[in-house]
Design a protein around this ligand. Structure first.
Ligand SMILES: [Zn+2]
Length: 571
């Protein structure tokens, strides 16, 4: 999460539980703060800042080499189940199939039956429905591990960016079964969530139930909850963000973590930097122990230092070494800033030691926040290492100077600004690093009049701008970062992902068909509500949901992957 804007606070018709504004505001401030900066960073002993080593034993980052000519025929021999009479449900004919997991990159027909890929063949296959995709690439559907927008609008625009599975793994939710309930029966994409540590901490520290950052209204639980609600009439209770936990509270936090995993949570979401003052070593160790015991990954927004200070990264790597927990570091260059290469080198070194650690990037060089955000009440120019001219007013695109900045902060506190603090070279360094996953970090899209940072174009942006135009990475490498690698990140704990992220017989028929010559993102900070160019067709669970670049009305094949996920090993 970089920044969130909220609409609900102002919705007069529903009796608001005043507390609704509490954590939301605290969360807003904390979120904006998180993307501050730090200055001090020495090189850790034994770490080389040069090209990737071949010590990546974990295999989470390795993509198959493109097989030599003809060898894939052997694969095809087996890549066929008997065609049902009358043909398969659907056949995509004549496309360039790219399957980063197997290395297949060749013209093939792909047949779908009962929501699964039933056959892949150089020979023509017969289907009751046929889609001619010659001249286009047929890839596994894009899997986004970092999306905060399980909303109809968010799903709509992510679909138009080729995403077939969008997961809320950084913030998560608790109780897990209350996540994205308003998507039931109308989900375009597969969706799911991790167990949200922030929501758990809010319950234990403040007695307030708020399953997800989008959930409204909040529910006071017991006396503690009503006391928090009463206090919020006069002040802003924020113990959840600043108060340490007692041993008894840690037991209750641990119990809720197990409960969330029993409900099918896809690992644990730990936006640690939002609770940096509150979460001490004992509490953090407890969270890592639960993740290690249940063998599920931890998705972490590490504590942020000033412009690249690696202390936050080293803290979680040390705990992962000690507990054996699997960890995933969120939005690497937005946290590492000028030390992106150092962060990547330390992650690579840890992986070479056998630590199960992965990371991700979002292909954007700016953050966005309401001008009244707490971070702008601090020394934000030092934190972000930028000046007034690096910030623009979202509604008009105009850049600030000190006078206009102070004037707008006073007159339009809810107005959205965009601060350009990430250097393009940091983003490219992360893109060049093998195994760094591509994500969107899309903030909640709740209504067309509420602008959010245009991260709904993230996947097309990588394929258009960084593969085709800039040649920073190859097409199959980039596709691997948004399909098989996110699937592998989850499949050891959640078998449902063994059928995701692949164009192989038996895999789920989640497919994205695009034109590599025209694909590009169109969403912009001025107008984020735009679909990407070049995404021709999207198939979710065997159903065509986008045809010729346009949504197919009435198609809602998206499934909750939480319900399909068998909880990790029993306690
Ligand atoms: Zn974050």
């Amino acid at each position: 999460m970089t920044e969130i804007t909220r609409t609900s606070a102002r919705r007069p018709e529903r009796p608001q539980f005043r507390a609704t504004r509490l954590p939301a505001l605290g969360l807003l401030a904390a979120i904006a703060l998180l993307h501050g900066c730090s200055r001090s960073a020495g090189v850790a002993p034994g770490v080389r800042l040069d090209t990737p080593t071949d010590a990546d034993e974990v295999g989470l980052v390795r993509l198959a080499e493109r097989p030599a000519a003809g060898s894939s025929d052997d694969a095809d021999a087996a890549a066929k189940t008997e065609a049902p009479t009358g043909g398969y449900d659907l056949v995509l004919t004549g496309g360039r199939v790219i399957d980063p997991d197997s290395g297949l990159d060749a013209t093939r027909d792909v047949a779908i039956e009962d929501g699964h890929i039933a056959a892949i063949s150089p020979e023509p296959l017969v289907g009751r429905e046929t889609l001619d995709v010659s001249g286009l690439v047929v890839a596994p559907g894009f899997i986004d591990l970092h999306s905060h927008s399980p909303t109809p609008l968010g799903q709509h625009y992510q679909l138009l960016d080729g995403v077939t599975t969008a997961l809320e793994l950084e913030a998560g939710a608790y109780p897990v079964e209350q996540f994205a309930t308003d998507l039931q029966g109308r989900a375009l994409l597969h969706h799911g969530t991790s167990v949200g540590y922030g929501s758990i901490r809010l319950e234990v520290k403040s007695g307030i139930r708020r399953p997800h950052i989008l959930s409204e209204p909040m529910e006071p639980l017991g006396l503690r909850g009503y006391w928090t609600a009463a206090r919020s009439l006069f002040t802003t209770p924020n113990e959840v963000f600043v108060e340490r936990s007692t041993p008894a509270e840690r037991d209750r936090l641990r119990a809720r973590l197990h409960d969330g995993l029993d409900q099918g949570g896809l690992g644990i979401g730990l936006p640690l930097d939002y609770f940096s003052e509150a979460i001490d070593d004992a509490e953090l160790e407890m969270v890592f122990e639960v993740a290690a015991e249940r063998r599920v990954p931890l998705f972490i927004h590490v504590r942020r230092g000033v412009n690249g200070d690696p202390a936050g990264l080293r803290e979680v790597l040390t705990l992962a070494r000690r507990t054996g927990a699997s960890i995933h570091i969120c939005h690497i260059q937005h946290n590492a800033m000028r030390n992106t290469a150092l962060f990547l080198a330390e992650i690579r070194a840890a992986r070479a030691e056998g630590v199960d650690v992965t990371t991700e990037l979002l292909p954007y060089n700016a953050g966005s926040a309401p001008i009244s955000s707490a971070v702008f009440a601090r020394d934000w120019r030092t934190i972000f290492d930028i000046d007034y001219g690096d910030v623009e007013w979202a509604a008009t695109g105009e850049r600030f100077d000190e006078n206009t900045w102070n004037e707008y902060r006073a007159r339009f506190p809810e107005g959205q600004v965009i601060h350009h603090y990430v250097d393009e070279q940091w983003t490219r360094t992360a893109l060049r690093e093998p195994g760094v996953l591509v994500v969107s970090d899309l903030l909640p899209m709740v209504a067309p009049d509420r602008k959010v940072a245009p991260h709904n174009g993230a996947f097309s942006r990588v394929l258009g701008r960084y593969v085709r135009e800039k040649g920073v990475l190859s097409l199959s490498e980039a596709l691997g970062r948004m399909t098989i690698l996110p699937a592998r990140r989850l499949e050891s704990a959640f078998p449902v992902f063994r059928r995701k992220g692949r164009v192989q017989v038996g895999a789920d028929a989640d497919l994205t068909v695009f034109d590599p010559e025209t694909i590009r993102d169109r969403a912009s900070y001025q107008d984020p509500f735009q679909g990407s160019d070049g995404i021709a067709h999207v198939v979710v669970g065997g159903q065509i949901v986008v045809r010729d670049g346009t949504r197919v009305p009435g198609a809602f094949p998206g499934r909750s992957l939480v319900t399909l996920a068998s909880p990790g090993p029993a306690r």
